[in-house]
Design a protein around this ligand. Structure first.
Ligand code: KIV
Length: 261
């Protein structure tokens, strides 16, 4: 049985901090689950860390379905959340419902995530009423980077903090089972976490959120030259791969591979 929204709610009720990590492919999802992560996000960050785009905006439904299905195949117990990409839920509630449904029906995800607060609350209501769990995402919302003007901390002024709290409450009231807080000051994230009944999941939002989410490539040092301030390198997989590939190439050139060894 996979982790459910009830389990995630229980983490909060029991005061158990929980890790969430992204994965975008079968082998990574398998390793992340084996390491004991209960919730895996197929983030549209894959546009940057896997596909080499400079933002998440070029990511399409087809791309997200493709990667989500691979992550689902690589897992048995983890809850898999699919990120709804840019403009896949903004045209109408019908469009949002249809696309959210595709992630469950075609890719096997258990939930979807979408960006925005008050402005998407009605959409969240519509999708959750159809039986599709929704994770909200407020603070820095990368799909709006062109409007925001960069990847910078949100909620710093009194007015922004009030608006962010309103967004969080609107999402909870609309039925979101959890809310991501990205690049939000620690004290504001703490206030939102205390105010909401549903769990908050922070990224660059300090230590007071109920859970934490990170991009797996940032933690592993896998192919990313830029490390966000909020990330920590737990390994340097890039070095391991470079070294192994260089040894392979050297042995092919010397004739040691495939004959020697
Ligand atoms: O796309 C993503 O990976 C995300 C997380 C960073 C929250 O939205």
């Amino acid at each position: 049985m996979r982790v459910t929204t009830r389990d995630v709610q229980r983490f909060k009720t029991q005061g158990e901090r929980f890790p969430v990590l992204t994965a975008y492919d079968f082998p990574t999802a398998r390793l992340v689950e084996e390491a004991g992560v209960p919730v895996i996000l197929v983030g549209d960050s894959l546009g940057q860390v896997v596909l080499g785009h400079s933002s998440t905006i070029p990511v399409t439904m087809d791309v997200m379905l493709h990667h989500t299905a691979a992550v689902v195949r690589g897992t048995e117990r983890a809850m898999v959340i699919a990120d709804m990409p840019f403009l896949s839920y903004n045209l109408s509630d019908e469009q949002a419902l249809q696309n959210a449904g595709r992630f469950l029906q075609e890719a096997g995800a258990q939930a979807v995530k979408l960006e925005g607060g008050v402005r998407v609350a009605e959409t969240v209501r519509r999708v959750t009423q159809a039986g599709i769990p929704v994770m909200g995402h407020i603070g820095l919302t990368p799909q709006s980077v062109n409007q925001i003007g960069g990847y910078r901390i949100q909620g710093k002024t009194e007015a922004e903090a009030v608006a962010l709290m309103d967004d969080a409450i609107a999402l909870q009231q609309a039925g979101a089972y959890s809310v991501v807080l990205e690049l939000v000051p620690d004290e504001l994230a703490k206030a939102v976490t205390e105010r909401l009944d549903v769990p908050t999941v922070g990224i660059g939002a300090g230590p007071h959120c109920d859970g934490q989410v990170q991009v797996v490539h940032d933690l592993l040092g896998f192919g990313t030259s830029y490390i966000p301030k909020h990330a920590r390198r737990f390994a340097d997989v890039g070095d391991v791969i470079r070294d192994a590939v260089a040894r392979y190439a050297g042995e092919v050139r010397s004739g040691d591979f495939p004959n020697g060894g």
